[in-house]
Design a protein around this ligand. Structure first.
Ligand code: DGJ
Length: 729
């Protein structure tokens, strides 16, 4: 619901449990009054408290207490007396950068308009959301900024974005455009972010904020392994189940900045958007710039509730293709099974074994095209290698299908290898700066997808490949960061637009290809989880979570990823031991349980397993078929954090709370260990649940408030599962 009181000029945005309140001041400034637990008074003016501060300039002689230096502002600028992090900055034709936004008007729209060229959450009908567009204006320059809020009342979510329009007569240059900014009246916060590195993505980091600026950002051209475009501010006492949490997640896959500034008077400004570093955008008179969307979630009940709100919203209003509603297949991926060394026969032998164990989809990863016997060549030459596959993809897919398996294929459309026909023919198609080295990473260069002609060429090349045979799944990889970010197609004053134009180009290519092939299940990947963000999830139904498939390491990676992203979007595979990334030997049982806590698959040479191991795999596959509706469609509850000790636990509950599955993992064995009870969450307290494997019956309340006995598990790297089902009386 969005309410506007013309007398007080207060906007009150309300979701099921949240209020977000703004006020237009007499002078036309837009002040931020409140974001938090839902409240009812519309007369919220009392929340604004201005007092005179030495050294804080005043903009209105009639009101010396009002200073932009201290005013909580909804979309602050720079240069006219606010010294905190600005939400935007513009350079005008005369070279100056000061500006000031004054309220011009607003309009209410039913539903939610689409964002041109950008991924965004959506409505299925106009009743499920309302959008508020507030027009702010800098009178000196005729710059218009539209602040756009969509309230998804029942999803409990508010989205924000910004559109900038040059209504003046001179060109201008945008130097900074954040998608949101919020000022809190206090600084009693911890900041949580999801950071890491390749093979160590999205670990949880939580720290107390103090006066100064705390930020996460990417300058790599992708959202990155190093930082995720997500931050949360938490009450320092907030836990998984209690306390105020404010989540902010940018629907964008390129350079971003999320920053939190605590100022001299212990107020906090948080903002998120495209990284202003190495960014500018020229706007001619009449032109507009659309910023990416940010998804904002407040929870009064800790991190768990925040995560479930994100999961529910993204599963229903960000994912949008056929697979939004369908159960995902169990796959076998060839990469860690054979890497680049295979022929048709070898693949078919593994596929036969996969079929026999109950697996449903065979994915041919890297190495099937050009002369790709290692990662040094052939990207861009999307023609099958007949030495490995003499009958081409047609023959392989036919034989795989005849075995009763669907077929999936790996591609890396955004790249070109230095050693490739494509590079020889078009050495100028990569991102580069004339006269400078073209820096290689994994022996490859990045195609300049800011250019429409190259986007079109890639769309054609990839569409041709996907039309060869009935391909049902595609893994869309991206294996390097951007360097020498320049485009031959852009004038000198527009070179700093290249990184953002690259992302827009990737989005267009993805939009075209995914719409052309609506029945293909797309999995995004960037050297594992280097581009696991909501922008990708708009096009890619799921994402390869990390190249690190070690069961112990995956506990942290999957737990951290679950803070924002739905479990169904997390690719998770059982791989061989010793593990190829960390060389650890873990039990097949634990590897299976960790991978089953995501979008399940295998990535190893099944023909090398012993008969006993094959039996375990057969049972795992059968079990996952029974539980995947819970894992993929159910609600996720975190029970024990792998960041805090030697064990981890989580559970899934069906929407009607009649069914649940609980996973418990112990990393290292302990002598003479204490007994442990695990308290469950999300069950119905008055329902009687049968523990399927143990055939005991427990009431929901005792499982949640007294807990389940954890069995004494022997050895390192062990796990345990409980399946619970409502007793039908
Ligand atoms: C990186 C991916 O994350 C891996 O799973 C695999 O597909 C390789 N690329 C292939 O080169």
């Amino acid at each position: 619901m969005i309410h506007f009181d013309p007398k007080t000029k207060i906007f009150h945005l309300q979701t099921k449990n949240t209020s977000y309140i703004l006020q237009v001041l007499e002078q036309g400034y837009l002040a931020h009054l409140y974001w938090g637990r839902r409240i009812f008074p519309y007369n919220a003016s009392y929340l604004l408290r201005n007092i005179f501060r030495a050294f804080s300039p005043t903009t209105d002689p009639a009101d010396p207490n009002l200073s932009l230096d201290t005013l909580p502002q909804e979309y602050p600028g720079y240069g006219t007396s606010d010294y905190r992090q600005p939400a935007y900055q513009v350079q005008f034709a005369d070279g100056t950068t000061a500006s000031e936004l004054i309220y011009q008007g607003h309009r209410l729209i039913s539903g939610k308009p689409r964002l041109d060229g950008l991924p965004a959450t959506y409505v299925e009908n106009e009743e499920e959301a309302k959008t508020l567009e507030i027009h702010m204006y800098d009178t000196v320059s005729s710059l218009s900024i539209y602040l756009i809020y969509t309230v998804f009342e029942t999803f409990d979510v508010i989205t924000r974005t910004v559109r900038i329009q040059n209504d003046g007569k001179e060109p201008l240059r945008l130097l900074r455009v954040q998608s949101m900014s919020v000022d809190f009246h206090h600084a009693e916060f911890d900041m949580l972010h999801l950071s890491g590195a390749w093979a160590r993505e999205r670990w949880m980091y939580r720290q107390r904020i103090t006066q100064g600026t705390h930020s996460v950002e990417s300058r790599r051209g992708t959202s990155s392994h190093q930082h995720n475009p997500f931050i949360a501010l938490l009450d320092p006492h907030a836990t998984e189940d209690t306390g105020d949490v404010y989540g902010i997640n940018l629907v964008y896959s390129g350079n971003f900045l999320g920053s939190v500034e605590v100022d001299q008077y212990a107020t906090t400004r948080v903002s998120m958007g495209i990284n202003p570093f190495n960014f500018s955008w020229s706007l001619n008179p009449g032109e507009t710039f659309q910023a990416p969307e940010v998804v904002m979630v407040y929870s009064a009940e800790g991190l768990g509730t925040m995560s479930r709100i994100y999961h529910h919203f993204y599963k229903n209003r960000l994912l949008r293709r056929r697979y939004r509603d369908e159960i995902r297949p169990i796959l076998l991926n060839s990469f860690e099974a054979v890497y680049f060394d295979f022929n048709e026969n070898k693949l078919l032998t593994i596929a036969e074994q996969a079929k026999d164990l109950g697996i449903e989809l065979f994915v041919l990863d890297d190495g099937w095209f050009g002369k790709r016997d290692d990662d040094r060549t052939s990207l861009g030459d999307w023609v099958v290698d007949r030495n490995k596959l003499p009958g081409g993809l047609e023959s392989l897919v036919k034989k795989i299908n005849e075995l009763g398996l669907a077929f999936g294929l790996w591609i890396e459309p955004e790249m070109v290898s230095l050693e490739s026909k494509l590079y020889k023919e078009h050495p100028d198609w990569c991102l580069h700066i004339p006269g400078r080295r073209k820096t290689l990473s994994r022996w490859q260069l990045v195609l300049d997808l800011s250019r429409k002609d190259i986007q079109d060429a890639v769309i054609k090349m990839i569409s041709d490949v996907l039309s060869i045979a009935p391909i049902r799944y595609v893994k869309w990889d991206m294996n390097r960061s951007l360097t020498e970010i320049g485009s031959a197609a852009l004038s000198s004053e527009r070179q700093q637009e290249t990184a953002h134009r690259y992302v827009l180009g990737v989005y267009r290519v993805m939009e075209e290809i995914t719409s052309k092939f609506p029945d293909i299940l797309f999995e995004g990947c960037a050297g594992g989880g280097g581009r696991f963000d909501p922008g990708m999830l708009y096009y890619m139904d799921q994402v390869w979570t990390s190249d690190n498939s070690d069961a112990v390491e995956r506990l942290k990676i999957q737990y951290g990823t679950s803070i924002v992203y739905p479990i169904v979007t997390m690719g998770a595979h059982v791989s061989a031991v010793p593990n190829h990334q960390v060389h650890r030997v873990t039990s097949l049982k634990m590897r299976g349980d960790v991978a089953m806590s995501g979008n399940f698959g295998y990535e190893l040479d099944l023909t090398k397993l012993t008969e006993d191991e094959k039996e375990i795999v057969r049972e795992q596959v059968a079990l996952y078929k029974h539980i995947r509706h819970l894992v993929q469609k159910g609600e996720f509850y975190r029970l024990k954090s792998p960041f805090e000790g030697n064990s981890a636990a989580w559970m899934f509950v069906s929407p009607d709370r009649h069914e649940a599955i609980v996973f418990y993992f112990k990393i290292l064995a302990q002598a003479n260990e204490p007994l442990e009870r695990l308290r469950l969450k999300g069950l119905d307290p008055v329902i009687q649940y049968e523990w399927i494997e143990g055939s005991e019956v427990f009431s929901g309340d005792s499982l949640m408030y007294a807990g389940l006995h954890v069995p004494l598990l022997q050895g390192d790297f062990v796990s345990f599962i409980w399946r619970l089902k409502k007793v039908e009386i």
